[in-house]
Design a protein around this ligand. Structure first.
Ligand code: CMP
Length: 123
């Protein structure tokens, strides 16, 4: 049966890292995912990402990009369940499209993503 819990990002985290709730417009979602333009799932991705608010966080630590991607697991939850059952997507993703979480894929994307959402890069 489905059980519920309360997850809290506590004050030390919201002070240390940056957290913002943002509902992307269709245009923002198209820009955010411009590298996927032309793929068969692009329209569905834009619909999905603009359907409601996302909680955006800048996670700051050594090796943050790779480690957050490791915690997320593969985009496809069926694959995630096989290769990384303790990952967030294995546990919480509905489908390869509605896959719960995003993480920038490299330093350049991270800087682009952060600039796009927060307007500046933390020093
Ligand atoms: P994300 O890691 O944010 O990067 C691109 C997103 O596109 C991905 O998460 C999914 O939400 C979505 N996506 C990737 N591949 C597919 C696919 N084959 N079918 C549908 N959606 C996809």
């Amino acid at each position: 049966p489905t059980e519920h819990t309360l997850a809290v990002i506590k004050p030390d985290s919201t002070q240390e890292h940056k957290v913002k709730e943002t509902k992307l417009t269709r245009e923002m979602a198209e820009e955010f995912y411009k590298d996927h333009k032309g793929k068969d799932f692009f329209n569905n991705l834009v619909d999905y990402m603009s359907q409601g608010p996302s909680i955006m966080m800048i996670l700051s630590k050594e090796n943050a990009i790779a480690e957050w991607r490791e915690m997320m697991g593969p985009a496809d939850p069926e694959q995630a369940i096989q290769v990384k059952p303790d990952s967030l997507r294995a546990q919480f993703a509905k489908s390869i499209l509605e896959n719960a979480v995003h993480g920038s894929s490299n330093v350049q994307h991270a800087m682009d993503n952060i600039k796009f959402i927060f307007g500046d890069i933390p020093s």
